[in-house]
Design a protein around this ligand. Sequence first.
Ligand SMILES: [Mg+2]
Length: 173
Amino acid sequence: MDGVMADFGHTFYSRVFERHPHVTNEDIDRSQFYFQRAVTGVDTADLEKIITEPDFYYDHPPIEGALEAFEYMVASNKYDPYIVTSPGPFHNAPSEKFRWITEHLGIEATRRLIIARDKSVVDGFVLIDDRSSPTNEDRANWIHVLYTQPHNEHVPDKPRLTWDNWEEVLNTL
Ligand SMILES: [Mg+2]
């Protein structure tokens, strides 16, 4: 969900700049997956505070094209998409993710929500994920397709897509 449908990076970096005005673009390393490593000059505890603020997960803007792609898949006879997402770092995160889906895709779409830290336990043809190596991917039934983000551009040997070309890429698998 984060980094594929919901723009975690947008919310995170805009709040870093807001809360810590001394931070400039020079202090941000967007090639880092772990947010704790992406910002120089702010304590890890203060970065963690940002992602545990109420509504942090609810406030993520949708990634362009994600909602349309999901709705297209649901309406098709070819795809059967589920949104598989980690419970996140604090107790509000799952309910905020549920609210996010309700807000942007409607309550029906929450029936397609699966909360799992280890996505290998979920069956499927592909997992579209921005993380370079999803947990236990060697045990999973799905093929991992990277959702391209600045933090995974260095990964050379996996199929990758964005919402601009997803169907083309899936058709090649
Ligand atoms: Mg993600």
